[in-house]
Design a protein around this ligand. Structure first.
Ligand code: NAP
Length: 458
């Protein structure tokens, strides 16, 4: 695996990073395990939380520089990059302020004696992360594990090595001890060896199904816990009583956010038949009018895809869908200019026997489905191998809540698009994975919820 920064706006190679060796991995594992056994991991939480606060302040103080590095490396819009930098500071702060309460002992009333659950670190973690939120994905696994006392070895995506290095630098500068976080430029097989190592207790992975299955298989083989945050094919449901302008605006934003390369962005638009024509008209006009261009320019609304491979792969996927009978309603191909730009694209008439029906399109490609009534909407929404998130638009909140409770996803958003915040749990069901990140749930995934019972002394 070659770790390289290639600017997706120009496809210029900026820098190649050397891979870490097996000896580097051994040194990282030794440092992480030593730290886990030390009073830093096992001792009071406050010392760790102070470092998280410092990290948040440090990130804020370098926000502009961090945002630009992110744009140059994976092509998201500068405003989105600023949002990402803002939220990683918020996640660090959230755990700095809340972790002590989340990990406080929980008393249990029991006939067998005084009993409680205490939360303790589990040990060294292996995490594998994707490029689409190159800082946020790292912070999601760093902050809760750091607060809990688990040292982490991290393999980031090979196309975002600059973000990976900068993140490691920030953690060190904030005062994290040696071994708390190690960024490793390594191969899949080295990841596998690390998971097998006795000093490692668990693996957390965000990315594609294939990679998730490989990591979960290795973790299971060695009887270690894993959490998986996989892809999604999220529904964006528009009922016949929805505010149409709002639904169209949010639909376009959600489908094109991060150039359509977000796990929880709107992918399948499921429309009530009474408003399907009106929605599709407005949505098509808005998608076609989007300003495409340099992600560093403030008024650009659609930047490039993350890599030349992503753009070529998406073009093939769209073509396969059309070959299998889908109608290309808008766009459908890479844009003829330097960089990895792809037209805003809309597919209609995607039938259940078309492979596209079950696939995640990781780019600015919307699929449109029409349903007769609420039952058919639920059936279409749930006819997916994925179950990450979804959005539902209706002015009738009770009707929306009833439908929301019938949708098989890890999250559902009413009258707004799916998003994220430090206090909100993040994760899916079905092939979107298992386990949760962020919130009070995320920090408990990799702690020992240890029962203590005090019986009669004599
Ligand atoms: P990917 O190919 O699975 O890559 C993700 C990470 O896994 C990268 O660091 C990659 O390294 C590594 N990797 C790939 N195969 C591996 C293996 N066999 N063993 C160990 N590591 C391996 O995913 P992607 O296509 O870049 O990312 C997009 C996917 O992630 C989409 O499906 C998206 O929906 C999903 N995603 C989900 C969430 C969520 O929270 N649920 C969030 C963001 C993205 P290399 O870069 O070196 O290949």
């Amino acid at each position: 695996m070659v770790y390289q920064t290639i600017n997706p706006t120009t496809n210029e190679l900026i820098k190649t990073y050397p891979n870490h060796t097996d000896a580097d991995i051994e040194a990282a594992l030794t440092a992480a395990h030593k730290l886990y056994k030390s009073s830093w991991s096992q001792g009071p939480i406050q010392a760790r939380l102070e470092i998280l606060e410092r990290l948040a302040d440090l990130i804020d103080s370098r926000a502009d520089e961090l945002a630009k590095i992110c744009v140059q490396e994976m092509g998201k819009l500068i405003s989105d990059a600023r949002d990402e930098v803002w939220i990683i500071a918020e996640i660090a702060r959230f755990y700095a302020r809340e972790a002590e309460g989340f990990l406080a002992p929980i008393k249990i009333e029991s006939a067998l004696g005084e009993a409680w659950i205490q939360h303790q670190p589990l040990g060294v973690m292996m995490v594998v992360e994707p490029w689409n939120f190159p800082y946020y994905q790292l912070m999601r696994v760093f902050a809760p594990n750091f607060a809990a006392g688990n040292p982490v070895l991290a393999k980031h995506a090979s196309i975002v090595p600059h973000c990976a290095s900068v993140f490691e630098g920030l953690v060190n500068e904030a005062g994290a001890p040696k071994g708390a976080w190690a960024n490793l430029f390594i191969t899949s097989s080295q990841v596998s060896d690390i998971i097998a190592d006795d000093r490692v207790v668990g693996a957390a992975m965000t990315g594609s199904e294939g990679a998730g299955a490989a990591i979960a298989t290795q973790a299971a083989k060695h009887l270690k816990k894993s959490t998986l945050e996989m892809g999604g094919n999220d529904v964006f449901i528009v009922l016949d009583d929805a505010d149409m302008d709002k639904a169209i605006k949010d639909g376009v934003f959600s489908r094109l956010h991060i150039s359509g390369q977000e796990c929880i962005c709107a992918k399948r638009f499921v429309l009530h038949e009474k408003i399907a024509g009106e929605f599709l008209d407005g949505f098509t006009k808005a998608m076609a009018a989007v300003k495409i261009g340099d992600p560093m320019e403030e008024d650009t609304r659609l930047g490039p895809l993350s890599s030349a491979g992503a753009s070529a792969g998406l073009a093939k996927q769209v073509q396969r869908a059309v070959d299998a009978g889908a109608t290309l309603h808008l766009g459908g191909k890479p844009i003829n200019r330097s960089g990895n730009f792809f037209e805003p694209t809309i597919l209609t008439n995607v039938t259940r026997d078309n492979p596209a029906y079950f696939e995640e399109f990781f780019g600015p490609v919307a699929q449109i489905y029409v349903a007769k009534n609420d039952d058919e909407i639920v059936e279409l929404a749930n006819d997916s191998r994925f179950g990450l998130a979804g959005a539902l638009f209706s002015k009738n909140i009770e009707r929306a809540k009833t439908l929301a409770s019938r949708i098989e996803t890890g999250a559902i958003w009413i009258n707004t698009f799916a998003s994220t915040a430090p206090e909100l749990p993040f994760g899916g069901v079905k092939r979107s994975g298992y386990g949760r990140e962020l919130s009070h749930l995320g920090i408990k995934e990799f702690v020992n919820q240890k029962l203590v019972v005090v019986g009669e002394a004599a």
